[in-house]
Design a protein around this ligand. Structure first.
Ligand code: SAM
Length: 241
């Protein structure tokens, strides 16, 4: 059973595409008329004015796509059911760390696209997010599941990399979205739309420790300066190959 068939139920509500994150993705896709969106989920960030096919293994995610969203094929990245160069560009947003065989999946993205591969991912070499103080397993899991930029370059060849800062009121509730709203991480509902929380052995300890620090003012003492910031670079990167 696909992981998102278990954890994906509230996805459409909690993971609404953020226009400030959409902007660089749409810029990267400018001029590309046909697209495949792999690991497409509920359809976030899919341009509505192109011919697009979504690829997604989880029925729970597919069922949350809007009625007028692009058609979705139930398949995985490692075996895309398309002929070579069927699309101008292939797209993969916050999904590659879930793929069982990443090199194969990246090869499939290249094979299906005539011109361009566009990936939104997280660079595991970027450290320093305060949340990791409470959940120290997060960077370890990231390092196991997220490719470094040099690994991606090995598979994709020449590529441009753009920083994607996270706005303080980001509407797409991924892991880093609530960096300026620390109370949000205390909510089981918020955590349910963030896959890494389903993998943390000491989840409850981390939540209790964050709750204590927020109540005592310790979090504010250590990280209160962040409350002045509009956006922050946590390591999210747009890769265009
Ligand atoms: C964090 S969600 C991202 C969904 C969407 N791209 C977005 O930006 O909202 C990760 C998605 O990757 C999908 N996924 C997991 N394993 C996959 C695989 N092997 N091939 C393709 N997609 C996969 C999940 O089902 C889920 O929909």
């Amino acid at each position: 059973m696909a992981l998102y068939d278990t954890i994906g139920r509230g996805y459409g509500r909690l993971r609404r595409p953020d226009p400030r994150i959409a902007a660089p993705i749409l810029r990267a896709l400018e001029g590309e008329a046909t697209l495949v969106n792999v690991g497409a989920g509920t359809g976030s960030y899919e341009p509505r004015d192109r011919r697009l096919v979504a690829v997604e293994p989880s029925m729970v995610m597919i069922r949350q796509r809007d009625a007028d969203a692009a058609p979705a094929v139930r398949a995985t990245a490692t075996s895309l059911p398309f002929r070579d160069e069927s699309f101008d560009a292939s797209l993969a947003i916050l999904t590659i760390h879930h793929w069982g065989d990443l090199p194969r999946g990246l090869e499939e993205l290249r094979r299906a696209a005539r011109r361009k591969v566009v990936i939104l991912t997280f660079d595991p070499d970027v450290e320093g997010f305060w949340l990791n103080d409470y959940f120290p397993e997060i960077p370890e899991i990231d390092r196991r599941s997220m490719p470094t930029l040099s690994e991606l370059r090995r598979h994709l060849g020449r590529m441009a990399v753009f920083d994607v800062p996270v706005p303080h009121d980001c509407t797409d509730g991924f892991l880093g979205a609530y960096w300026r709203r620390p109370w949000a991480y205390l909510s089981a509902e918020v955590r349910s739309a963030i896959s890494i929380f389903s993998k943390l052995p000491s989840l409850e300890d981390g939540v209790a420790s964050l709750r204590r620090d927020l109540a005592s003012g310790e979090w504010q003492r250590r990280h209160g300066h962040l409350l002045e910031r509009y956006s922050i670079d946590l390591g999210y990167r747009l890769v265009v190959a």
